[in-house]
Design a protein around this ligand. Structure first.
Ligand code: NI
Length: 503
């Protein structure tokens, strides 16, 4: 089965076989010239010149025989010394490695046979696809491939970057896509170590590009036991459009339809980037505007009011400690609870509510709402409102989206259900530092009348920080109110989003 699939994917050699049996193989746009000499080789003596279809490429065969081995190679000689020496050096290296593996006293001769298929994609792009068949003294066969992609006009060995604008990241992405398509074609899952080896070792794969796309040829060595000859994986041309070099057409002639498709793909990508940029700018403007309004309102309200908020709870250990400190200062705060946490600790939610604090909605599962559709967003919010209402008897009307991430769907959902979106202006970074002094310092740096302060009643360090923090703020004349009270003082109502003020 695997062998069967392999044959079907090795297009290069399929083309060769067509020519050998006399079929005149034509591609859509221009005839593809292909040669293979392996079947003639046994008739040739050392360094025989054989006819080539290509004016500018001569082909020689070379045979060596001894008591212990047979060696056969085809050597293409082009008009470029640079390319010739590249190819010759490679063949010589392969031969030396082979000779080094031989022993003197054996029954079975070892053999190394190197054949080549030559393809001309365009004036600037020929490729030499070498196939090596090695048989050792035990009769074990091994097949590998090597591709030279060359420009005979400029005498250059072409790299992938001549065709595609790739960096390490895009190359990895292409390779990953190649491995995935190989898995799909063969139905065999490649293990993670092998994948990593392929991604980090260039000598485990070869490649070429034609009108159908990018083809990787993976060395069968790297796949433990699964395959016994090189495996091809194909990445279709449209997947390459956004990465093609401007002069791709001098190497691979794209059809008119392909050129049009590529242009459209690039336009769409540009539009997508622009839209994302505009969206981000819009959010920034909204944020600035919301802050300006709240600043204005805070100045008008006169007092030094701030809203402390606690997210991701309630928790069994930290929430009671927070409640205790708040009580000492007769302070009111807002707890943005997760539906999933209230499910665990409904009594704690009730205790928070009974102590006169406000409870807000932090969604059920703490997902990034911008990755969800409108119905999923509604589900995340409404199920949590129900849970909180059941536990405390009060339905929450403040929503804090996880990670502060929202989009138009989230705002519309809040507007349609009479909720307000509440972000924050002062981030205690308690989730990051987990250190009482650092938390206290961070808040003191930024806090100002009208601030909404973000903390989490799931970290012990937050509860540790609170007594000193509140004592200092109290001495500075701050008063602690819920988010709803703060917004009301500032004359704010509606869906928001509301950020609060920072220095
Ligand atoms: Ni959170």
């Amino acid at each position: 089965m695997i062998r069967h699939i392999m044959r079907s994917v090795l297009t290069v050699f399929a083309v060769v076989i067509f020519i050998l049996i006399g079929v005149n193989f034509l591609s859509d746009d221009e005839p593809k010239e292909t040669m293979n000499l392996s079947t003639h080789a046994s008739y040739m003596k050392t360094k025989d010149k054989i006819p080539s279809k290509f004016d500018h490429i001569d082909l020689y065969t070379k045979d060596e025989q001894s008591q212990t081995y047979n060696f056969h190679t085809v050597l293409p000689v082009t008009n470029s010394d640079t390319i010739n020496s590249n190819i010759e050096e490679w063949i010589e290296t392969k031969k030396q490695t082979f000779l080094a593996s031989l022993s003197d006293d054996v029954d079975t001769k070892a053999s190394l046979q190197i054949d080549v298929a030559i393809e001309r994609e365009s004036e600037h792009y020929h490729r030499f696809v070498f196939k090596l068949n090695e048989t050792n003294h035990d009769g074990e066969e091994n097949e590998t491939k090597k591709v030279f992609n060359v420009d005979l006009e400029t005498e250059t060995v072409l790299s992938l970057n001549h065709f595609l604008d790739t960096n390490d990241q895009t190359l990895q992405a292409f390779l990953e896509q190649g491995i995935k398509s190989l898995e799909e074609d063969t139905g065999i899952a490649i293990d993670d170590n092998t994948k990593q080896h392929i991604l980090t070792s260039h000598d485990t794969w070869e490649w070429f590009i034609d009108q159908d796309g990018l083809t990787f040829i993976f060395d069968s060595h790297v796949f433990p036991d699964e395959f016994d000859s090189p495996m091809s994986a194909h990445i279709p041309l449209p997947a390459l459009y956004l990465h093609m070099q401007d002069d791709i057409n001098q190497y691979v002639k794209l059809s008119n339809a392909q050129q049009k498709e590529m242009k459209t793909a690039i336009e769409e990508e540009k539009e997508r980037i622009l839209a994302a940029k505009q969206e981000a700018e819009k959010r920034e403007q909204e944020k600035a505007e919301a802050k300006r309004k709240q600043e204005e309102a805070a100045t008008n309200s006169g007092g030094k009011y701030v809203a402390l908020t606690f997210d991701d709870g309630p928790s069994a250990d930290v929430t009671p400690r927070v409640l205790e400190t708040l009580k000492q200062y007769d302070a009111k705060a807002t707890f943005f609870m997760l539906g999933s946490q209230v499910d665990y600790h409904p009594d704690m939610a009730k205790r928070v509510s009974d102590a006169g604090h406000e409870i807000g909605n932090h969604t059920k599962q703490h997902q990034d709402l911008t990755t969800l559709g409108p119905e999923e967003i509604r589900q995340e919010i409404s199920s949590t409102s129900d849970t909180i209402a059941n536990a405390t008897g009060t339905r929450p009307y403040l929503v804090r989206p996880p990670y502060g991430a929202y989009n138009d769907y989230v705002i519309n959902d809040a507007a349609n259900h009479g909720d307000s979106i509440v972000l924050w202006s002062v981030d205690s970074l308690d989730w990051q530092s987990r250190n009482a002094n650092a938390i206290n310092h961070e808040i003191q740096q930024q806090i100002t009348p009208g601030s909404i302060v973000l903390m989490h009643d799931i970290h012990e360090a937050t509860a540790d920080a609170l007594p000193e923090l509140m004592e200092q703020l109290h001495q500075e004349g701050y008063q602690f109110v819920t988010v709803s009270q703060l917004l009301e003082m500032q004359g704010q109502n509606g869906a928001g989003p509301y950020y609060g003020i920072a220095k």
